[in-house]
Design a protein around this ligand. Sequence first.
Ligand SMILES: Nc1ncnc2c1ncn2[C@@H]1O[C@H](COP(=O)(O)OP(=O)(O)OP(=O)(O)O)[C@@H](O)[C@H]1O
Ligand SMILES: [Mg+2]
Length: 332
Amino acid sequence: MTDPKSANIRSHAPEGFEPGGPGKRTEFTLANVTGLSKTSRVQATTVATINFKGGVGKTTVTWCLANVSAATMNYPTLLFDLDAQMSLTQAVALKPDTGGLTPLGEWYEKAVQNKRTLFHALEIYTSPQKGAYFDFPIKHDFIFHVDGKNLDFIPSSEEFYWFELEVFERDRVKHFIRDLLGKIANAPRMPKYKYVFFDCPPNFSVLSYSTLATCKLILVPVNPDFYAARGLNLILHHLKLRIEPFPLPTVGVFMNKAGWRPNTGLFRETRLYIERCKAVCEEWQTRGARVFWLNTFIPDRVDVKRAIHYGGWAQRYTGDFEKLFKEIETIV
Ligand SMILES: Nc1ncnc2c1ncn2[C@@H]1O[C@H](COP(=O)(O)OP(=O)(O)OP(=O)(O)O)[C@@H](O)[C@H]1O
Ligand SMILES: [Mg+2]
């Protein structure tokens, strides 16, 4: 493997692709990547879950929503783990009881050996040796198909820690995710994904930057605590600054780990924090930003906590995630 420290960052737009340019958001469509006619256009809705605060439930919620998209909605769905912590990858790759490898775990070991991970894709994308062509064939040795589901998965890689340290010219990687999605859309024998989800790290990484420059919706889970509203304002402010000159995509904010009981409903404290966060969203709307408060909340429940490890997702709270998914569909 090339030393990530020596990675030289280059920009590689696919042939015939007109980048949006400053201030323009480029939709990811098969048509705009290949110049195909409108009839063959396939468009995926790209959703990135972000919050610079750790532990708010980004990974859990992204996983559950991707499962709703695949299983309930029956949409071909692709899920990216962009976090060098690899929480999602590990949760799906390791058996909770024995710590042994699941089928994904075994598949991932081969992907690492054969240099077919997201990190290797980025390494090739930024290689000083390569020309304008992004030579990384898209096959199922790079995208894992979750057995029996309409769901495919691209795991993360711990090497991204190194990458973050060494890459200073973040603008040179900003189109990586867009170009990778273009390749995936054009790859033979790959599903035409309807939804693509990105589980982002709690810090602002080059990968999250590249994702935010392309994605249609930013999903921000917040928790009912003292910093919720103030933190939300800060996140929106920093996202706006970091993405510029791109405009802020549509943002959906919702309460995760809500204090709630079936018989008494939402706790008073949670209601208070919801009102405060809602006010922040409305304030951003008055300034022209598409920032929406989503009314669906996810309760703080142990079934949700165990969602990824045990049986795929929180069966008892599937209805809440379905509701959240449907509300998301109304704003994208
Ligand atoms: N609705 C919920 N109810 C109970 N526990 C939850 C809920 N959502 C998430 N959790 C738990 O909270 C912890 C943090 O969740 P998760 O890892 O999804 O957060 P994160 O924002 O992705 O964290 P990080 O910033 O480290 O990436 C985990 O133990 C998870 O199981
Ligand atoms: Mg996470």
